[in-house]
Structures are given as structure tokens and as C-alpha cells.
Design a protein around this ligand. Structure first.
Ligand SMILES: NC(=O)c1ccc[n+]([C@@H]2O[C@H](COP(=O)([O-])OP(=O)(O)OC[C@H]3O[C@@H](n4cnc5c(N)ncnc54)[C@H](OP(=O)(O)O)[C@@H]3O)[C@@H](O)[C@H]2O)c1
Length: 244
């Protein structure tokens, strides 16, 4: 392993991405904290990692924009000398029955969740160093398939397909490509717009009878990004307390 290992975490200004950036910094990675709009939160996170002795940069890029994603990789290489790990965490969720979803809502979720993941995967496939790891974000709704999750689940099913195929395309490069599929996790993406009753009901669905915390998911990312994940490739890991 190279002495300095470098990770890009997309969508790391809050929620799961923030916890992943903190965890990978603790694991010894230099971390690029990507964000779309929340510059202040991303900068504060970078400063807190640096204050704790780690290395971090906050870098703005909308993952749905291929040129911005190229610039994100360029800036990371300029700051840290290369890229070893990509965590494709940025994502949005807008629920709605298929009969009711408007064109713009469909297009936005495809642009960020599916095309955004494609954009970063393409750069990573071209640039990651030997020994690298790619960790994509799916969702357990790909297995649960509840009403109103149609468009979101479809984007995440696409991410799972990209994961398995890229793992095979990178044969000979010594790079592992996997996905994590969280269940309900206590972040704005899950909590916003839900009643307390709905949150409590969903929290009880898993046999462990609680919501996932961002740190639970960060621990799974840490495993896949670290030495113990070396033999896991082309898989989707459902980190969800047993909900499915
Ligand atoms: N929470 C759950 O229950 C759950 C379950 C299964 C899967 N997931 C998946 O886990 C991932 C993280 O979700 P979360 O719950 O942590 O969500 P969150 O709290 O809403 O955070 C989303 C992050 O993504 C960033 N982001 C959004 N659009 C972006 C774009 N176009 N380019 C770059 N960054 C962008 C946001 O940054 P800005 O605010 O700066 O835009 C924010 O940092 C997502 O892929 C989600 O689908 C979550």
C-alpha cells in the first residue's frame, strides 16, 4: 500500500457522506470532501479533520456535471498526488407514485443518482491507482420495492448494475468495486417530510428495531476501503439491520 492513501467522498457536507469522510480520515486517508451547495458545512468539516491531525479539502462539484467531476479529480490529484478510493455517496430521493412523478423530478434523480455515479465511475476507471477501491451507494429499497420509491429505486438498481460490470471491466488493475445499500438511516434524506409516526414505524421494520446511524454505514465503507475488504469485489452489501 502507498504511504498516503487518498479518498474522494461525494456528497460529504452532511449525513452519511460526512460520517464517511470523518471515518476515512480517522483510518488515515487524505480526504476530498465533495459537496454541491453547502460550502460552509463542507469547509467546517475539512477544518475539523485537519485540526484533528488529518488531511482534508472541501471541493465543490455537482456530480451530474461531467466537466465538474473531471475538475474534482484534477483538484484532488493536485492536492494529494493521486486517488485511491472513490465513495459515490451523493444522492437525492424524491418519493412519488409513478402516475404522479413529473418529468423534472424524474430527470433530476436520474441526473444525480445515476448519471452522477456514472460520471465519477468513468473518471475513477481512468485514474484510480492500483490497489484502489470504489464504493457506490445503492439502497435497500432495490430489494424492498415499496410503492412511491419507483424512480429512486430504479436509479439505485442502475447503480448496482454499474457496480458489478465495472468490477469486471477493471480486471488486471487490482481495483475492487462494490456498493453499499443502506436501509433507513437517520439523515435529512430519510427524515425530511416524514411524520414522527412514519419514522417510528420504519425504524421498527428491521429486526434490530432502530434506524441506522450514519456511523453504521461509515463503518461498512471503512471495511470495504481498508485492508480487510481486499477480497470483496463486484458485490452489493446491504447495511440495514436485517430489514431485507
Ligand atoms: N438516509 C437513508 O435512509 C439512505 C438509505 C439508503 C441509501 N441512502 C443513500 O445514501 C447516500 C447519502 O444519503 P444521505 O442520507 O446522507 O443524504 P443527505 O443527508 O441528504 O446528504 C446528501 C449529500 O449529497 C450531496 N449532494 C446532493 N446532490 C449533489 C450533487 N448533485 N453533487 C454533489 N453532491 C450532492 C449533498 O450536498 P449539498 O447539500 O452540498 O448539495 C449532501 O452532502 C445517498 O446516495 C442516498 O441515496 C440513504
Amino acid at each position: 500500500m502507498a504511504t498516503e492513501r487518498v479518498a474522494i467522498v461525494t456528497g460529504a457536507s452532511r449525513g452519511i457522506g460526512e460520517a464517511v469522510a470523518k471515518r476515512l480520515a480517522r483510518d488515515g486517508f487524505s480526504v476530498t470532501i465533495n459537496y454541491a451547495g453547502e460550502a460552509a458545512a463542507a469547509e467546517a468539516l475539512a477544518q475539523s479533520i485537519e485540526a484533528a491531525g488529518g488531511r482534508a479539502r472541501a471541493i465543490q462539484a455537482d456530480v451530474s456535471d461531467p466537466a465538474a467531476v473531471r475538475a474534482l479529480f484534477d483538484a484532488t490529484e493536485a492536492a494529494f498526488g493521486g486517488v485511491d478510493v472513490l465513495v459515490n455517496n451523493a444522492g437525492i430521493m424524491v418519493l412519488g407514485a409513478i402516475a404522479d412523478v413529473d418529468d423534472a423530478t424524474f430527470a433530476r434523480q436520474v441526473a444525480i443518482n445515476l448519471q452522477g455515479t456514472f460520471n465519477t465511475l468513468r473518471e475513477a476507471a481512468r485514474r484510480l491507482r492500483s490497489g484502489g477501491r470504489i464504493i457506490n451507494f445503492s439502497s435497500s429499497v432495490v430489494g424492498l420495492l415499496q410503492p412511491t420509491y419507483g424512480v429512486y429505486a430504479a436509479t439505485k438498481a442502475g447503480v448496482e448494475a454499474l457496480t458489478s460490470i465495472l468490477a469486471k471491466e477493471l480486471r488486471g488493475r487490482n481495483i475492487c468495486v462494490n456498493a453499499i445499500a443502506p436501509g433507513p438511516t437517520a439523515t435529512r434524506l430519510f427524515l425530511d417530510g416524514k411524520s414522527q409516526e412514519a419514522i417510528d414505524r420504519l425504524a421498527k421494520l428491521a429486526p434490530l428495531e432502530r434506524l441506522g446511524q450514519p456511523e453504521d454505514i461509515a463503518a461498512a465503507v471503512s471495511f470495504l476501503a481498508g485492508p480487510d475488504g481486499a477480497w470483496i469485489n463486484g458485490q452489493t452489501l446491504r447495511a440495514n439491520g436485517g430489514i431485507i
